[in-house]
Ligand binder design. Sequence first.
Ligand code: M6R
Length: 603
Amino acid sequence: MCGIVGYLGKHDTKGILLDGLKELEYRGYDSAGIAVLQGDEFSYFKAVGKLVNLEAKTAGFSTSGFAAGIGHTRWATHGKPTEINAHPHLGESSYVVHNGIIENYQELKNALVAGGVHFLSQTDTEVIVHLFESLMNSGMEPMQAFRETVSRLKGAYAILLITKQMPDTIFFAKHGSPMIVGVNESDEKFFGSSDAALIGKCNRVVYLEDGQLGFVSRTGIHLENSNACVVPRFAALPESKLAAQKEGFRFFMEKEIYEQSEVLSDTLIGRLADEAIVFDELDPSLLDGINEIKLCACGTSYHAALASSYLFERLGKIRTSVEIASELRYKEPLLCSDTLFVAISQSGETADTLETLKMARAAGLKTLVICNVDNSSMVREADAAILTRAGIEKGVASTKAFATQMVVLWMFSLYVAQTKGAIGTQAMREQIALLREIPAVVKVDDGLHERIRRLSKRYLHGHGFFFIGRDIFFPLALEGALKLKEISYLHAEGYPSGEMKHGPIALADPELFTIALMPKNLLYDKTKSNVEELSARDATICAISDTPFEKADDFIPIAAHAHYMPEFFEMMVVLQLLSMEIAIRLGNDVDMPRNLAKSVTVE
Ligand code: M6R
C-alpha cells in the first residue's frame, strides 16, 4: 500500500522524508522516491525495492536551509514496480506524489497527449502533474491551476505537489485516501498518509477531510473546501507509534478485518474487464496442455484452496485436487505433467508449501503461486505468480490475506473457464458483477459488529465448538473454527453439515456450541435439516443467515443477497469478528497468540 510524506522547513529535509517513509514501511511497497525543492533547484531520487536502496542513492545529497520535500513509497497498481513508475512524478518544473487511483486518468491522458504532452510512466498519477502544468501554461496562477486540476480528477487520491512556480510551498489535496498535515513549535510543516510518519516530529495535526485542498507555506496553512476557506481544526497526535499504526483499532487483526473492503478493491484493480478476467502477469500459454489443477497450501491458505476447488470445478470445469502441503511432501504423489500446480501462501515462505512447489517443479509440472509478498521465496521459485495485494498482514490470524486469496482464486477459476471456453458471455458478466460487489459486502457494519460483540459473552466456555456448512461453506466453517481456536484457545472444529450425523452428533448437548452457516442461496434446506438434527439434541445453535431460523438459540443476520458468493464473504467477516470478540473477552493477545508465528519457515 502506498505511503506519502512531506516536509517544509529548514532542517534536514532528506533525513525527515526518509524517516517518515521508514515509518510507513509496514504498509508494504515495492519502490520509493523523494523530491526536494530548494530555491529554484530540484533534486530527486527514486529506487526500486526497499528503502535502503533509496538511502544509498541519496547518500551524497543533503539540504542546507529552507526546502520543500515530498516522498512516497509505491505499491504498484498501474504499471510495474520500476524506477520510472516510482513517485514523485515530474512535469516541466513540478513534482507530484499520489496515493489512490485516478479513475479517469486515461481520458485525461489522451487529452494531454493530444495537446503534445509527453508521458514517461505507465501510472495514473503522472496525469496530475501534467494537467497542473498545462493549466498554468494557459495562464492560471499555481493555486488556481491546482484547484482546477483536482476538480477534474475522479477516483480516490491524497496528493502532494511542489512547483518552481511557487517555491517554499507544498500543495495538497485529499479525497478518499488519508492525509494528515502537522505543525510544530518551530513552524515546520509535515505531511503523512498515516500518523506513524509524524509521531515525534510534530504535536498538532489536521486530519484532512474528503474534498479539502490547499497549501502550506512559510507563513501557515491555507485550507479550502469547494472554493471556500476553511479554518484548520487541529488535534493532538498520539504518542505511541504502535498505537498509531493500529489507527485507533484495538488490535491489528481488527484493523485488518476493517481494511478488507479497501484491499479487495486493490485486488480487483485492472483485473476485471466487462466480459473477461485480465491477469497481465500470466503468460497466455500457462494453461496450454493443462487438464487438472492441484492446489496446495497450509492453514488458512489451505482453506482458501479448498473453498476455491468448488469454484474451479463448478465454474472452470477443470478437475481439481487440494493438498495439505505437509501431507503432500511425503505421500509419494503421482504428479502428472498435464497438472498445473498452484501453491497458495500469504507469506510465500512457509517451508512445507515451498518444498511442495520445488517437488512439483522437479517433476516437470507448470507452477503458479498465489501470494501476498512479492519477491518471496515462492514467487521467485514458481513459473508464474499472482499477487493478492492485501498489504502487510500483522495479525498472526489471517483475515485480509484469506479474503484476497479467495478473490484471486475465484478470478483464476474464471480465467481458466474463459481460456478453456467453458463459460458463456452472460455467465461471465454475472460473475464479474458479483466480484465487483465484494468490496462493499465485506465493509464492516457497526451495528453488526456491536451485535457480535454483545453475543460473544455467551460463548466463552462449553466443551467445544462445531462450525458447520455445506459446499464452499464447509471450508469457510473450517476457517471459522481455525480463527476461533488459534486466538481464543477454545476447542473448535469445522465440519460439513451433512457429516454431523455420522459421528460428531454424539457430542450434542447444551454445552456444545454449533455455529451454523446457512446461506439462503446454496443448499439452504439441506443445511437447515442438518441444523435441526442438532437442535433436536439440544445443542446450542448460533445461526448465521439472512433468514431467521426459529430453532436457533442465537442468530447473526447477514444482508439478503441474490448469490452465495456475497453470502460467503459476509459470513467470513462475521466469523472473523466473532472469534476476535471471544478472544478479547478472554483477555488473550489477539495479534500474537501463544505458540504461533506469522511465518512458519520450519517443517
Ligand atoms: O503464509 P502462509 O499462507 O503460507 O501461511 C500458512 C499458515 O501458517 C497460515 O495460513 C496460518 O494458518 C494462519 N496465519 C492462521 O490464521
